[in-house]
Design a binder for this molecule. Structure first.
Ligand code: WT7
Length: 633
């Protein structure tokens, strides 16, 4: 663990080195890994295209760096602790050696079923060790995984499968989540009615559900691995070959496939994991995210395993069998680092301290937060009651596109400040800019957050549409990566993230595009037009508020229409996108050029219409009054 920073002075020193000579800095870290062939050049980049290469022309395999590089030292160490949804069921512990064998075995099984380097494999699975094995096996072969969160609908799944032209889908018969048993295989079946590219589906038996297996297409996981060797020679991959695609929402159109590549992602997830969480050799680390999100990719699987950590995977939900489940698991497995989302903290806070009190939480040394700004109240509750006032709280700001944590305290090394992501990691050069793109220097300034220099795990493209990548991230400001977030640098120089400045809503740490939800609503044939905005929500951070103009049938009531629209969204995107409120309106406030004035709708949604600003220039000022009345304000 050579690259671990041990003091504040060392942080400043490393930070300075990383800025003065980034190539030398990252080369030093990359040298901790094994390479089939080393790079010709550490970094080559041009932001405006964008074209970014890290460790150019090197050859490697990320799983060789997890396994072959480390097995001599940690072969019997537990790699994954799996905690099942139902606490009565047995825990599974998988050592590095066993994980290696299972990965090799499944790599062989996928290859036997036609998967080759460069093929796309969609993973739609519960939180079970096989999901991690599936990812690692893709990486071992050089196939590109694209995980779709298993809560997305068949329609959303089909869109993603088609966008990347996946050859194979990996799934399970069903998923256990709390008291629910979700029939995921039938979701896959529905999706595949509209996907021509998929020739094989491998199904893990998890719930024992009776499912429909299609002859020639569907195969059981336990059958495909039978008789497969547990050795497999890792493919030698180019540093810039794709490792995975992960779909995420933006302010316009359909979700886009963020692309991460092998070498840079490996170096950065390892380095950031080690330093932010200050992982020690014997520690048990637990991140509660789902592997369907970037947090699960970088900080359940790749980062921890590259650092030889023991990573805990939890199948269930925080409130089953009761709201003390997280804390029960912490005590049961003596978890040292615990990483979760503000929405979970706020939800558990609402259940009350009686669910925390039965547990000692003594093992914890670091607690973390990710996904959205953590409000001060939740920060203190978490810090005082879970961290017992003694654990550093790392508020980690980053994005699907950044691949790894960008701005965050390093636990116990750099200072904690409630609700502040605080300081950038070495190698990260954040800047705040005004609307013209002028850099705002000094402290006590607020602006749009950009990053002015590449880091190894920056996205390389959006799959199949490089122009979109350029337009979304590299065109707003010249020569910078634009994050879509607003931020403030306070009087001490610490960064506080203020939230999205684009049309993206962050619901429970999950990103939803307003346009995406509107498109789903508009699929309902009774809807003429809709507009979606976010509003502050006590538990979820933000909730979705939808306004819709509808054509009513005789037997529709406002209530049935509202419910119907919610159902439409659930079935087109998935439950996480369901609007909290649907308001049927007679019209939407528009400018003379026909643009919806979301500013006004946001005010209505957040129940604060005291200052609507000038609405006289609207095409239809009267409609505002009706909307306010309709909202009961
Ligand atoms: C957006 C990225 C990073 C993995 C989970 C979400 C918001 C994320 C923080 C934080 C304030 C945060 C930002 C960002 N966000 N972490 N610590 N403080 N805001 O990944 O779906 O790609 O969303 O989440 O708005 O842009 P994502």
């Amino acid at each position: 663990m050579k690259s671990k920073i041990n003091s504040l002075a060392e942080y400043f020193k490393e930070y300075e080195k990383s800025i003065n000579d980034p190539e030398k800095f990252w080369e030093g870290i990359a040298n901790e890994f094994i390479w089939r062939k080393k790079w010709d050049k550490v970094l080559e980049y041009e932001f405006n295209t964008p074209k970014i290469s890290w460790f150019k022309n090197s050859k490697l395999n990320i799983t060789e760096n997890i396994f072959e590089r480390q097995l001599d030292n940690i072969s019997n160490k537990t790699a994954i602790i799996w905690e099942p949804n139902n606490p009565e069921e047995d825990v599974i512990k998988i050592s590095y050696k066993e994980l290696y064998k299972k990965t090799c075995q499944f790599s062989n099984a996928m290859e036997s079923n036609g998967v080759k380097k460069g093929d796309r494999v969609v993973i739609y699975m519960p939180m079970v060790p096989e999901a991690a094995i599936a990812m690692l096996s893709c990486a071992r072969i050089g196939a590109i995984h694209s995980i779709v969160f298993a809560g997305f609908s068949s329609n959303a799944l089909a869109d993603r499968i088609n966008d990347c032209n996946a050859k194979m889908v990996l799934t399970s018969d069903g998923n256990f989540r709390g008291t629910k048993n979700i029939p995921v295989k039938s979701v896959v079946d529905d999706a595949l009615d509209n996907c021509k590219s998929v020739s094989k589906v491998i199904v893990l038996k998890r719930t024992g559900e009776k499912i429909n297996m299609i002859n020639g297409r569907d195969l059981w996981w336990h059958e495909v691995i039978e008789n497969q060797s547990s050795e497999h020679e890792a493919a030698s991959l180019d540093s810039e070959d794709m490792l995975f695609i992960l779909y995420t929402s933006g302010s316009t159109g359909k979700p886009k496939g963020v692309v991460h590549t092998n070498a840079g992602y490996m170096v950065y997830t390892y380095y950031s994991f080690l330093n932010v969480f200050q992982y020690n050799k014997e520690d048990i680390y637990w991140c509660t995210a789902d592997i369907g999100w970037i947090t699960g990719h970088s900080y359940i699987v790749y980062g921890p395993l590259l650092a030889g950590a023991t990573t805990l995977m939890f199948e269930g939900v925080p409130t089953f069998p009761d709201a003390g489940r997280f804390w029960e698991i912490v005590d049961k497995h003596k978890v040292n680092q615990f990483y979760t989302a503000p929405t979970a903290i706020r939800a558990l806070q609402a259940y009350g301290l009686e669910y925390v009190k039965p547990y000692s939480l003594d093992s914890l040394s670091v607690i973390g937060s990710v996904g959205e700004p953590i409000n001060e109240e939740a920060w203190h509750w978490y810090h005082d009651n879970i961290g017992k006032g003694k654990c550093p709280l790392v508020d980690t700001w980053w994005q699907t596109e950044t691949g790894g944590i960008m701005i965050s305290p390093l636990a116990g090394i750099t200072p904690n400040k409630p609700a502040h992501a605080s300081l950038p990691l070495p190698g990260i050069q954040p800047v705040l800019v005004d609307s013209e793109g002028k850099e705002l220097e000094g402290n006590n300034v607020e602006g749009n957050l950009c990053i002015k220099f590449p880091w190894p795990s920056i996205l390389r493209t959006t799959y199949g549409d490089h122009k979109r990548c350029k337009e979304t991230y590299f065109s707003t400001y010249s020569n910078m990566y634009f994050t879509g977030d607003g931020a403030k640098r306070d009087h001490d120089g610490y960064i506080r993230i203020l939230g999205r400045v684009d049309d993206v809503i962050n619901v429970s740490g999950h990103r939803m595009g307003t346009a995406e939800v509107e498109n789903a609503i508009n699929e309902n044939s009774k809807v003429i037009e809709s507009a979606v905005v976010g509003f502050p929500h006590e538990i979820k951070g933000q909730g979705i508020y939808a306004f819709a103009i509808c054509q009513k049938n005789d037997n529709d009531t406002v209530k049935t229409l509202e419910e119907e629209i919610k159902l439409t969204v659930r079935s087109i995107i998935g439950p996480i996108a369901t609007p909290e409120t649907v308001q049927i309106v007679s019209g939407l406030p528009k400018t003379r050029s026909g643009k919806i004035m979301r500013r006004i709708l946001r005010k209505v949604a957040s129940k604060d219409v005291s200052d609507l600003g000038d609405i006289s220039t609207l095409l239809n000022p009267k409609v505002v009054e009706d909307i306010i009345k309709g909202a009961g304000l």
